[in-house]
Design a protein around this ligand. Structure first.
Ligand code: IMP
Length: 440
């Protein structure tokens, strides 16, 4: 594709953008699936979050983690757009583009950044750290990438945007915001050395200025008008959404499908397929409620077999069985049209597999996610299904999957009313099984 950024005046087009997003607490494997689906699309766009994300891709013996850059970047003929809903840390961003350059990927050709995306300043990171430290045991478990303070400045109408980098007086805009942040840091009594952090920030700023900055809402709508296929790539997961997650143990952006419309400037009617991606079990990093968490040897086995350690922070992930009330909640919020199940291989070896179907909450058996998941006790009620022992790493076709795994798939399809169209059986691009009878 040639990356025409020429804008087409609005015309009626039936083309819609598809969305791929996580239905749990993040780390579902979005990066891998976006990379696999990219050949079907012309444009991959990120719509929210920032360097708190870590999207891992593995192919041809290379393992690569992307934080801000869309997972289509390894396909040189595809446009990759960072939308207005994203927050960008120039320091992390420069490291990402340098690492890609080392792998022979020059992002200058096919990466475009919205002028309306907000900038994460070094002082945002300091404020994140100071705020978390002040919370003591009530801390959120933030990745400390400055996400919360940056979105606070955005909604508080103080933030700096990528487009501000084009202004001659950027340095004075920066100084004004930093002065505000220093006052706030004073309230926290937090020790810091800003002058150590600033050189890398300004180097990152220069790197961003070498790239193509765009009015992404116009560009993306023009792409649709010209019948280009867009895939919107979510970050984090639906259960970390600022409104619908287990507040306050959430991230600061809208991780659900509605966030795609806001974060890219696409009208709701322009959304097509919604791919909901989930792990065959659950994980969560950071604090917050997790009804099916296993703090025993089974949880340890899941963590070990699934290599469940954060790709951004390295922290061990909390592990537990699949939680259907939470999954159904996420499906409802997102308008999911098809499901993608990841890491099925990690469940190999268990005699039986449990699935939470209901919760006991305030003495009642319920099937929904109640308002107070933070202070009230939630006890999972489980169904038990037969496990399987086969190693799935070499399975290359749906038909070769063990019968007990297919029973697990059927069970989830019945419970959710949606088809599972893709099953992942290992980290590599090739270990992705597509259901043949489903047309993509
Ligand atoms: P923050 O977005 O860095 O402020 O972190 C808020 C909460 O979201 C913490 O519990 C983090 O561990 C979690 N979180 C943020 N980004 C991700 C992600 O990409 N994957 C999984 N959890 C995340």
């Amino acid at each position: 594709m040639c990356f025409s950024l020429k804008l087409t005046p609005f015309i009626f087009s039936t083309m819609k953008a598809d969305v791929l997003l996580g239905l749990q607490w993040g780390d579902e494997g979005k990066g891998k699936v976006v990379d696999v689906l990219t050949p079907r699309y012309d444009v991959i766009a990120r719509f929210q979050g920032g360097p708190n994300a870590g999207h891992t891709l593995e192919f041809e013996g290379i393992k690569h983690v992307l934080h801000t850059i869309p997972s289509g970047i390894f396909h040189s003929t595809k446009a990759n757009v960072i939308g207005n809903g994203v927050v960008i840390d120039p320091v992390v961003f420069k490291k990402e583009i340098d690492a890609l350059l080392n792998l022979g990927v020059d992002v200058k050709k096919n990466l475009f950044i919205s002028r309306k995306a907000h900038l994460i300043l070094p002082t945002h990171r300091l404020l994140d750290a100071a705020s978390e430290a002040s919370k003591g045991t009530a801390k959120i478990g933030s990745t400390l990438k400055g996400i919360g303070p940056t979105y606070m400045d955005k909604t508080g109408r103080n933030g700096l945007r990528i487009g501000d980098l084009e202004h001659a007086d950027f340095k004075s805009l920066y100084a004004t915001l930093v002065a505000k942040h220093k006052e706030l840091l004073g309230h926290y009594n937090y020790e810091y050395n800003l002058s150590e952090l600033e050189p890398a920030f300004f180097e990152g700023v220069e790197a961003i200025k070498q790239l193509t900055l765009i009015d992404s809402e116009y560009v993306l709508n023009s792409y649709l008008a010209n019948n280009k296929a867009i895939l919107a790539e979510g970050a984090q997961g639906s259960l970390l959404d600022i409104d619908f997650g287990s507040y306050p143990f959430v991230t600061s952006s809208h991780t659900v499908t509605a966030g795609t419309c806001i974060g890219l400037g696409l009208a709701p009617g322009k959304i097509g397929e919604v791919y909901g991606i989930f792990k065959a079990y659950c994980t969560r990093v950071g604090s917050g409620p997790f009804p099916t968490e296993l703090e025993d040897s089974t949880g340890e086995t899941l963590r070990k077999n699934g290599n469940e350690f954060g790709s951004t922070t390295g922290r061990p992930r909390r592990c537990g069985w699949l939680d259907l009330p939470a999954l159904k909640y996420a499906i409802m919020l997102n308008g999911v049209t098809q499901l993608i199940m990841m890491k099925s291989d990690v469940l190999s070896g268990f005699d039986t597999i449990k699935v939470c179907t209901h919760y006991m909450y305030k003495g009642k058996k319920i099937e929904h996610v109640p308002y107070d998941v933070v202070n009230e006790k939630i006890d999972p009620i489980y169904d038990e299904l037969p496990g399987w022992k086969e190693d799935l790493m070499k399975v290359s076709d749906f038909d070769q999957l063990p019968a007990a795994l297919m029973q697990y798939v059927d069970y989830i399809e019945q419970a959710t009313g949606l088809p599972i169209t893709i099953i992942s059986v290992g980290p590599d691009r090739k270990q992705t099984l597509m259901r043949k009878e489903v047309a993509f």
